[in-house]
Design a protein around this ligand. Structure first.
Ligand code: ATP
Ligand code: MG
Length: 604
């Protein structure tokens, strides 16, 4: 299932895809060269008064502010902002807040943070205002009246059941509503009554008048305005009618002079309506031509991950995770807290590419991008996650006293991680003394076949320290090993002449008792134990991985304990870890999150 990682593609040499081809073709043909831009969104006359648009293309990222963004949105952000950046354009951040419920400034702020953190900007000519669709309600209303006046829309007062029944289905054409033949005057009057609150919620809708016989059900006179008495977080109680998404969205794009409106495949069947609406509103002179065009790409499906805001909200509200930023969440705040970098997510978006057919991306692809990004960046350090004490019994004999310590040093990055001409970071230093912490699994009194680490009589190196020979162990009444014993070979310290005078069978990681710092390490794993946790309408809560979080008390070397929150490391032999953004300096102990192991080991 795991695909071999392809080499990192430099950002300026991205492979082509169907969206790039469309954009390059439009740029060649000058499809949008005549557009004007009046420095703010607006109708045809507004833009006509502006200068030729300095942006070669305009794209947009239009989240509904009803939750935190997830890794699927990250793909969409990288596509929309990435294409605009590459082709000399601008990508608009637009809050699609036409639905009066469910919006929250907490979500608005988190979306702004997420886009900026991913490394993108929507600012143009020094203006970094994000747009909000609710600013366009006045225009949308005008557009609706214009459709009515041109005979392209009518107020339908059928019951919801009749409307549904008369829509037909894939095999059956629809039936015209008895209200379909109302005159322009009747429709205008009735629509204004809808607006003025004279009709109850649900009593009528405004519908586009297209064709009830269309093979595309979305073209069978879709509803474009509904009555909904709800207080909107920006417009308050100004409106009791709200536009439907399929009507609002193309208009938002057009007012903002978007050229390429890129969305996910489920909107493919809406495209004919998008084009129909744009044509009608250009004919009426309300909107400037050329119109934006909609293009669909396959949404991101990631194994072991859920990308539905509603289901993610359920994980939060039912306490299955600690919040939207739980490091196991696929939200951008969760990934960030887990230790993912903007570079790794951009690399991921590039690597999975843009296609027109749905597929599943293996979770290991995401982890691979993180490893690739951190391999040459994350400083190395040693941590002991399951500590048992190792006592060097001849320490005083060799060094004069039991309290003696020696300073050891090791490179922060391996030689291979240093680019030519780059100065390596200063070495890490740490102590070695009579007692050190080692991993419990690094000692076996009776070694299994092939075991190379500590067992009586075996010689190993304490990595970056001395060569030692294991002599035995101490056990408690229950038989648990409480101390491992060994003797040190003088003159074998790493980096000194004669260090390899004694041959070691293996090198093990360790932290000195003298300077090791006790730390909380949160060993995160996948939140779901099944690759497709919500496939086929399954209850995704049944697939939660019971072992997705294990907290251990570890010992870490001083360079790790001194980390800044958010700083990433490679814990030698264990993988990538990050100092927790929130808790690392907040309590008594350093706190680290495991981002991912060194290799893909899931299920092995
Ligand atoms: P959800 O169903 O989780 O609420 P949504 O699509 O309704 O997601 P929006 O806020 O409307 O969320 O999405 C903003 C943009 O992000 C849209 O253009 C949408 O196409 C895109 N997007 C959402 N989910 C994905 C995904 N899994 N892969 C790629 N793009 C996505
Ligand atoms: Mg949505």
């Amino acid at each position: 299932m795991t695909k071999p990682a392809s080499p990192a593609t430099p950002e300026n040499h991205k492979p082509s895809n169907f969206l790039r081809q469309i954009i390059e073709n439009d740029l060649d043909k000058g499809t949008y060269a005549s557009r004007r831009w009046a420095n703010s969104p607006g109708d045809a006359s507004h833009h006509a008064a502006g200068a030729p648009d300095p942006a070669k293309i305009r794209t947009r990222f239009p989240p509904e502010p009803n939750g935190y963004l997830h890794v699927g949105h990250a793909k969409s952000i990288c596509i929309n902002f990435g294409l605009a950046k590459e082709y000399g354009g601008v990508c608009h951040l637009r809050f699609d807040d036409t639905n009066p419920e469910k919006e929250d400034t907490e979500y608005v702020n988190s979306i702004i943070d997420a886009v900026k953190w991913l490394g993108f900007s929507w600012s143009q000519a020094g203006n970094d205002k994000a747009y909000q669709a609710s600013d366009y309600f006045d225009f949308m209303y005008r557009a609706a009246e214009a459709l009515i006046e041109a005979g392209h829309a009518y107020v339908d007062e059928q019951s919801a059941e009749d409307m549904r029944a008369n829509r037909g289905d894939f095999g059956k054409p629809g039936v015209d509503s008895p209200f379909r033949s109302r005159t322009v005057e009747q429709n205008l009057t009735r629509f204004r009554e809808m607006r003025d609150g004279k009709l109850d919620d649900g009593a009528a809708v405004l519908r586009a008048k297209i064709s009830m016989q269309s093979p595309n059900i979305n073209m069978r006179d879709p509803a474009i305005y509904r009555i909904r008495r709800a207080t909107h977080h920006h417009t308050g109680d100004t409106w009791c009618i709200y536009p439907m998404y399929t009507f609002a969205h193309p208009i938002e794009d057009a007012l903002e002079q978007i050229t390429h409106s890129i969305c996910t495949l489920e909107f493919e069947d809406q495209r004919p309506f998008y084009d129909w609406l744009m044509e009608r509103l250009c004919e009426s002179g309300l909107l400037a031509a050329p119109s934006p065009k909609q293009y669909e790409f396959a949404r991101l499906n990631l194994t072991y991950v859920i990308t539905s805001k509603r289901k993610l909200a359920q994980l939060v509200s039912e306490g299955k995770v600690s919040g939207w930023d739980d490091p196991r969440m696929p939200t951008i705040v969760g990934l960030r807290r887990r230790g993912y970098t903007p570079e790794s997510l951009r690399l991921f978006a590039d690597r999975i590419g843009v296609t027109k057919s749905d597929s599943w991306i293996d979770y290991s692809t995401l982890e691979g991008c993180l490893r690739e990004d951190l391999e040459n960046k994350a400083h190395r350090g040693m941590a002991v996650l399951d500590p048992v004490k190792l006592v060097l019994t001849n320490w005083a004999e060799v060094f004069g006293t039991d309290d003696h310590t020696e300073i050891c040093s090791q490179p922060a990055l391996p030689h291979s991680a240093i680019a030519e001409g780059q100065t390596p970071p200063p070495d890490r230093t740490f102590l070695i003394g009579k007692e050190v912490w080692i991993e419990r699994e690094d000692f076996e009194e009776v070694p299994p076949k092939g075991y190379k680490r500590l067992f009586p009589g075996n010689v190993v190196r304490l990595k970056g320290g001395y060569v030692i020979e294991c002599t035995g162990c101490v056990r408690d009444a229950e038989g648990n090993v409480t101390e491992v014993h060994a003797t040190v070979f003088p003159g074998t310290k790493s980096g000194t002449p004669g260090s390899d005078s004694v041959k070691a069978k293996a090198a093990i990681t360790w932290v000195a008792v003298a300077d090791g710092v006790s730390a909380e390490v949160r060993l995160y794993d996948r939140l779901f134990a099944e690759a497709h946790p919500d496939a086929g309408g399954k209850d995704f809560l049944q697939s939660l991985n019971p072992d997705s979080l294990k907290v251990v008390t570890a010992y870490v070397e001083p360079s790790l304990a001194q980390a800044q929150p958010d700083q990433k490391f490679q814990f030698e032999r264990f993988g990538y870890f990050v100092a927790d953004r929130l808790d690392h300096l907040a309590g008594a102990k350093p706190v680290f999150n495991r981002v991912t192991g060194l290799k893909d080991s899931w299920g092995k």
